[in-house]
Design a binder for this molecule. Structure first.
Ligand code: FMN
Length: 164
């Protein structure tokens, strides 16, 4: 059984989840950024992670799934600055699942990740009030994903490994 953990992470939050998943996988495994992955051939299972950007999958995540994941066993992990129980977030996550429609989706995980200072400042200058209010919410995201979320990610990885 050979497992890949592949991720795209602009500010390091999704990478923290990727590391947590990677460390709890047993057996033959590799941890790579998207840019280092040519194809998913040769892996029995791939954990694929990226952030939510503008209410849907990061373009890099969508592209990666559409180009490489067809017919492959895939488990997704997603980070977003909004709290997990925020209204409307289900639609953003559904778009991530849609991008993986050609794959065999064997697991799905999402959690909050910190909104970086730089991005928050950028958003607060936006003309769109929705974007501005989003930027203002940085303080409540600081320190995420915290240890409890990383533990959930480890448990998720073990559950998927047990299933596949
Ligand atoms: C341009 C941009 C747009 C974003 N849009 C959203 C969004 O619509 N909803 C959300 O919850 N988080 C949004 N975020 C926040 C990121 O999803 C969050 O901070 C994530 O944990 C960052 O992961 P990374 O460090 O791995 O890139 C956005 C971030 C950026 C940079």
């Amino acid at each position: 059984m050979k497992t890949l953990v592949a991720y795209f992470s602009q500010t390091g939050q999704t990478k923290k989840v990727a590391d947590a998943i990677y460390e709890s996988i047993e057996g033959d495994k590799e941890l790579k950024e998207f840019s280092e992955v040519e194809s998913l051939e040769g892996y029995d299972l791939s954990f694929i992670g990226f952030p939510i950007i503008a209410f849907g999958p990061a373009a890099q995540g969508k592209e990666f799934l559409e180009q490489k994941a067809a017919g492959k066993k895939v488990a997704l992990f997603i980070t977003h600055a909004a709290p997990e129980d925020q209204e409307g977030i289900g639609a953003w996550l559904d778009k991530c699942k849609e991008a993986a429609a050609g794959a065999e989706l064997v697991g799905f995980f999402d959690c909050q990740g910190e909104l970086s200072e730089q991005i928050a400042e950028f958003l607060m200058k936006n003309e769109d009030p929705t974007m501005r209010s989003f930027g203002e919410r940085r303080p409540e995201t600081i320190g995420q994903p915290d240890e409890s979320r990383l533990q959930r990610a480890r448990d998720f990885a073990k559950e998927v490994m047990g299933k596949v």
